[in-house]
Design a binder for this molecule. Structure first.
Ligand code: GLN
Length: 195
């Protein structure tokens, strides 16, 4: 059984732990480099990317995370987590750094502010059985992807799910619904990576 961490610096950690367990993984929170070293894959939750970025630096996690992602550890980012996995942010807050891993440019808060949050059905390549109920909360979208990144979903003409190698990212939050198919896709990626 793959052991999958959820980066527990800020954001909706608990919901991801529950969704991963429902998708047949062993799930645990990760805050420190020693904990990161023990997991087969990692989820970066939704929350606030500027805060996650600052806390990662404070906890000495930025470089260990970059190294493991670059070494091919499977990683899945939702919303703020998608922003953390982008090689480039179009409109970063000053000092805001990402971890990178996916050759894409993201626009933060692209779908509007908190009061413009919404839910919509999204067809995701690799997820069978009909559209996923996408929860969008101050969600980013992906402006563009490089040649090595695969677009898995679009909504309203904008890219909202991307995969590059072992890195998966969605603008929306499957962990906030009872539907664990996207987490199951990620657990399969972790299994396929050899654990
Ligand atoms: N707007 C947030 C950010 O920029 C993301 C919101 C979310 O994760 N739901 O990090």
């Amino acid at each position: 059984t793959p052991v999958i961490g959820v980066l527990a610096l800020q954001g909706d950690v608990r919901e991801h732990l529950i969704a991963l367990a429902a998708a047949d993984a062993v799930a645990r929170p990760v805050r420190r480099p020693e904990e990161l070293a023990e997991v087969d894959g990692l989820v970066i939750p939704g929350g606030e990317s500027t805060t996650i970025s600052k806390l990662a630096a404070l906890f000495g996690m930025t470089e260990p995370l970059r190294e493991r992602i670059a070494a091919g550890m499977p990683v899945y980012g939702t919303c703020a987590g998608l922003i953390m996995l982008a090689d480039k942010i179009l409109d970063p807050r000053s000092g805001q750094e990402t971890l990178g891993g996916i050759d894409m440019i993201v626009r933060r808060n692209a779908f509007g502010r908190q009061n413009e949050s919404f839910e919509a059905g999204v067809d995701v390549t690799g997820v069978d059985g009909g559209p996923v109920e996408g929860v969008f909360i101050r969600a980013p979208w992906v402006e563009s992807v490089g040649a090595s990144a695969e677009v898995l979903a679009e909504y309203g003409g904008h890219i909202v799910a991307v995969r590059q190698g072992n890195a998966l990212a969605t603008s929306f939050h499957p962990e906030l619904t009872g539907d664990h198919r996207v987490h199951a896709l990620f657990v399969d990626m972790v299994r396929a990576s050899g654990r």
